[in-house]
Structure formats: C-alpha cells, structure tokens
Design a protein around this ligand. Structure first.
Ligand code: NA7
Length: 544
C-alpha cells in the first residue's frame, strides 16, 4: 500500500479508544498490541510521510544502528523474527526503515496510521475522561487514552548560531536529511558536532566531498563497530536461538542478550587487562563498555584506565600528533556520555581532505553567507551539516501543547524538569501513557526491548481498567514524588550526572539539569513495575 493511500484527512471528529502519537518502533508496537490484544479502535498520527520514526528521519550518510540487528528488533512475533533476514551485524538506516515498513505491512498496521499529520495539541476533558487531540490539518479526535510514542531523540536541535539563516549554500540537520540524499561531490563541507551522528557521518562525507572540516566542541570516546555481513550459518544460529536471545534481552541490565562479567578492572594483572581490552577492541561494539569488567559504569579509577586505553588507540591511529591529541577526550569519563560506535572515524583524520577545528578553543561566532567565522579564522563552505543532536527525552513531548486535568500544561508541570511515575504516566495527566518516558531506563536500554516492556505494561493496565469498569487512571502526586526522588537517588551511583550530555539536558541552553533516564538498570526497573501491578497498581488512582 502506498503512503498516500494510508493518509486520511476527512476532518471529522471521531471517537477512538486510543490515539498514538508517532509511528516508529514504539508507535507500531503500541498499535499492534492495542488492536490485536485489546481489540481497540486506535489511530496513529505520524509527522513523517512514512513509518519508521528515528529510522525515517535519520537518513544521513553513515546512519547505522549501534546495537546488533538480531536483537534490535521486535520479539512479539516469532514468525516475524523467523522470516526477516538481517544482512549483517549493524544495519544501516535503510535496512531498519525497510524492516519497520515490513512490520507495518505484515500486521496490516497502515490502515490505522495517518501519515504527514502532526499532533499539535491534546487536551484532557475531565467531565468525560477523554482526550481531545488536535492535528495540524484541523482534525479533532476524541479518545479514551493518549499514548505518546514520540521517541527520545526526535526533536532535532538546530542551534541558534548568529547568522544561521544568512548562509547561501545548503544547510542540513542530520535528523532532517532529505530523502533524495545530498551530493557532496566537489563540495567544501563543514560539519558541526562530534556525537554518535557526527562520528558516523564524518568518514562517509570525507570519502565523497572535496574537503571536510569537522568542528569539534567536545572530543568523544568511540570504539570500532567491526560491522560484518552475516553468513547463512549466522542467520541459522540466531534463528534457532531466538527464544533464548529475547529472554536474555529482557533480563540483562541494558537489554542486550549478554550479562556483565563478574570481574572488576583491578581484579586482573596489567597484562591480562591489556589482553582483555585488546580482545574487546578487536571484537568491537558496546561490549567494550559492558562486556569486559563490571565496574566501568561507576569506578572512576577503572574508567580512567579504559579511557587511557582508547586515547592510546587514537594516538596510534591518527598520524598527526596534534590532531590525535585534539581528538583525545579529557573532560569526561568514558561511558558518562552515550558512547558512540564507529566505522573508520579516527583514521578519517589521516586523509588530506579532512581537517579538525577545536571550537572549544576558538568558538563559532557566526555563520556567514559563505561559511562560518570562529574566534580566529574564517571558513568557506558550499554545504553545512549540523550533527548537533536533539532536545532529548522531553523535547518531542513538550513541542506538543499537552494539557491535562483542569487545563494544566505539561510544559508547566515539567518547568523544573520532567516528573513521571515509572516514566509511564504523569500526575495530572490522566489516561496518558508515555512510552519510554523520562524516569524510565529508555535510552539506557536497547530501545525495542524497553518499548515492548512499556507497551505490555500499558496493555495490561488498560485490561485491568476494563475488567474493573474504570475509565480513568492517573499517577498520584505522592507516588510520583517518591519515584522522582528514587530516580535522582539512584543516579548518584552513576557517572551520568557528572558530564555535560543530553542525558542531563546540558546540550540545550536553559534546559533544567536533571538525569532524565532511570539509571538503576532494567532488572530493578522491571521489578518495580511488576511490584506496582502486584500491589493493585499502587500509586495509581482509578476513576469510574
Ligand atoms: P549528540 O550526542 O548530542 O552530539 C551533538 C554534537 O553536537 C556534540 O558534539 C555537541 O557538542 C555538538 N553541539 C551541539 N550544539 C552545539 C553548538 N551550539 N555548537 C557546537 N557544537 C554543538 O547528538 P548525536 O545526534 O550525535 O547523537 C544523539 C544520539 O543518537 C546518540 O547519543 C545515540 O543515542 C543516537 P558537545 O558534546 O555538547 O560539546
């Protein structure tokens, strides 16, 4: 079915059981489960003209998943898992977008998805216990439940650098990349940002452009992905073991199908540690952080050893010593920011057509019609790429005018930072569920695993309401206060709060500094969610 056929703009006011905002992993999963398990009348609104969410928008060169394909996918259908063939370890954006389109077709989801339609406002009607949801095309629908599936990294951050709109060349944000692609051939390109995105895009752009200048504010620790295509025997082994793989993803701290090894960094001799780190570096991927030692998320001495190991690899790979030092992070411990995974990032700085500019030392002062000016130089470009990230975790929710009970605005309720109960509900916003909302492990867990858990919890909760003749559910203020307190307390044991990352909102000027994801790990979180259910949805208040 074409995208166009799924669009509906009939302008009528319809009553639904649930409105879901977003048609990425979370929205597709929510639609499937609410419809199949509950028989609910659901409508999904999606801004993009295709499904896929993150994997629809982020089509920049080099966009690739950092989790391995065979567990970065849905587990709710064994048939789906058995029939889909991943081409290799770390799928590129087009392959994941194809997968999500396949899911939409395979489960006949498109008939309830309205593409190219942003939800602009949602208001709770206290008298009816219903949500009124408004779209940019003038529609209004009423629904018992509002399920936000807006993604944690969806609200693109395009910094308001003076003169930005005066640039006469082409300017792109990586998360709003044109579907038809961008031609870099023969062009002088400036790229701002060295997070996961900038690190993935740099080698690809460098290979095509005439010249690439990377503007780095904070150097980042990245480890090689070591992508490799699957052989038929890899596919067979994975498919035979899918039940066990998915089971492990639900039980492990970060939603991967492996558990931390019971070994501290200082438990082994220097030689043995070096051997382990070399092995992990050769293997590549997130295992470098999770698979060698169990004290890396918390022990500063251990982290410094591993950080220095990475710095040594940078010095080994990058030929120009000055560039190598500039690429070596010194202002934050490894793992306190989201660790990127790369393919040929550091080696790209050995190319003659690539240069690195330290904008901490010499900040960007303005964008000009012909390029940009830093404190000590003028740079000319044909094309500027902003790999400047997202207003993470709250941005995509707060860009919608959401008004809860008695007209309270979500933006006011969260003025000092996000407040939720379990990352699933917000006090004062009855019948609204936030899939992978702030206060849940979300971005610290392999996302499809976190999403499926939330969707299952929501479906069970709605079933409980139906069984008990309830039409309204709301987190109590007291339970929410104590969850927010718990999330803050647990975060003291992690290093996440100590560096300036999007985890704490530090990348967005004026955003309250709060550790937004729950850092206690998936097992503890799931236990808390289950305990709440077992105690009769303790902390939630129901109304008839
Ligand atoms: P990130 O990780 O937030 O990285 C954004 C980069 O852009 C980072 O290097 C920032 O430097 C830089 N940045 C942001 N604003 C500015 C301004 N105003 N001037 C100069 N440089 C700036 O976003 P990504 O898209 O790379 O990755 C997001 C997530 O997607 C990633 O963590 C994975 O989960 C997938 P800073 O570090 O703030 O100094």
């Amino acid at each position: 079915m074409s995208d166009q056929q799924t669009n509906r703009t009939d302008g009528e006011s319809r009553q639904l059981d649930a409105v879901v905002i977003g048609a990425g992993f979370a929205g597709l999963c929510a639609l499937y489960k609410l419809r199949e398990d509950m028989g609910m009348k659901v409508r999904v609104y999606e801004t993009g003209d295709g499904v896929g969410g993150t994997w629809y928008w982020n089509r920049y060169p080099g966009a690739r998943c950092d989790s391995e394909s065979f567990y970065y996918c849905f587990s709710f259908s064994d048939e789906l898992a058995q029939e889909w063939e991943w081409s290799g370890k770390y799928p590129e954006q087009p392959e994941i977008e194809r997968y999500l389109n396949h899911v939409a077709d395979r489960f006949d989801l498109r008939r309830d998805i309205q593409l190219s339609t942003s939800v602009t406002r949602a208001e709770f009607d206290d008298a009816a216990n219903l949500w009124d949801v408004y779209t940019e095309v003038g529609e209004r629908v009423r629904a018992r439940f509002l399920v936000t599936a807006v993604g944690c990294l969806s609200a693109a951050n395009l910094p308001d650098i003076p003169g930005r709109d005066s640039f006469a060349g082409e300017l792109f944000h990586t998360a709003r990349w044109p579907r038809e692609g961008v031609d870099f051939k023969g062009k002088r390109v400036g790229l701002i940002g060295t997070g996961s995105t900038g690190i993935q895009a740099t080698p690809e752009i460098a290979a095509e452009a005439d010249r690439l200048t990377v503007f780095q504010r904070t150097p980042n620790f990245t480890v090689p992905a070591r992508h490799a295509p699957f052989k038929p025997e890899d596919q067979a082994r994975i498919k035979q073991n899918y039940a066990a793989i998915f089971d492990r993803t639900r039980k492990s701290p970060a939603g991967f199908p492996y558990f931390p090894i019971d070994r501290k960094t200082m438990d082994v001799s220097d030689e043995e540690r070096m051997e382990i780190l070399d092995g992990l570096w050769q293997e590549g991927g997130f295992k470098f952080l999770w698979g060698g030692f169990n004290d890396l998320p918390t022990d500063l001495q251990a982290i410094e050893i591993v950080s220095e190991y990475i710095r040594d690899r940078i010095r080994e790979i990058v030929k120009d010593p000055e560039t190598a030092e500039l690429l070596c992070p010194n202002d934050h411990p490894y793992g306190s920011k989201r660790p990127p995974i790369d393919t040929d990032y550091y080696v790209t700085f050995n190319r003659d057509n690539v240069s690195l500019v330290d904008i901490k030392k010499s900040p960007i002062q303005e964008i000009t019609p012909t390029g940009l000016r830093t404190a000590d130089a003028e740079h000319e470009f044909d094309l500027l790429v902003f790999a400047t990230g997202f207003d993470a975790m709250t941005g995509s929710l707060l860009r919608i005018d959401i008004r809860g009970s008695e007209g309270v605005r979500l933006s006011d309720a969260w003025a000092e930072g996000p407040r939720t109960l379990l990352g699933l509900q917000v006090a004062g916003f009855p019948n609204m569920f936030t899939i992978t909302g702030p206060g849940s492990p979300s971005v610290l867990v392999n996302m499809p695993v976190a999403i499926e858990h939330h969707v299952e919890w929501i479906v069970d909760c709605i079933q409980h309401m139906q069984d008990n003749g309830k039409t309204r559910i709301e987190a109590s203020e007291a339970a929410q206060d104590s969850w927010v307190e718990h999330v803050a307390e647990v975060s003291q044991y992690s290093l996440m709060g100590k560096s300036n990352s999007w985890y704490v909102g530090a990348n967005i000027p004026g955003k309250p500094r709060v550790v937004m994801p729950y850092t206690g790990g998936q097992p503890m979180y799931r236990e808390r969610c289950q305990a709440v259910v077992d105690a009769g949805y303790e902390g939630f208040e129901f109304g008839a």
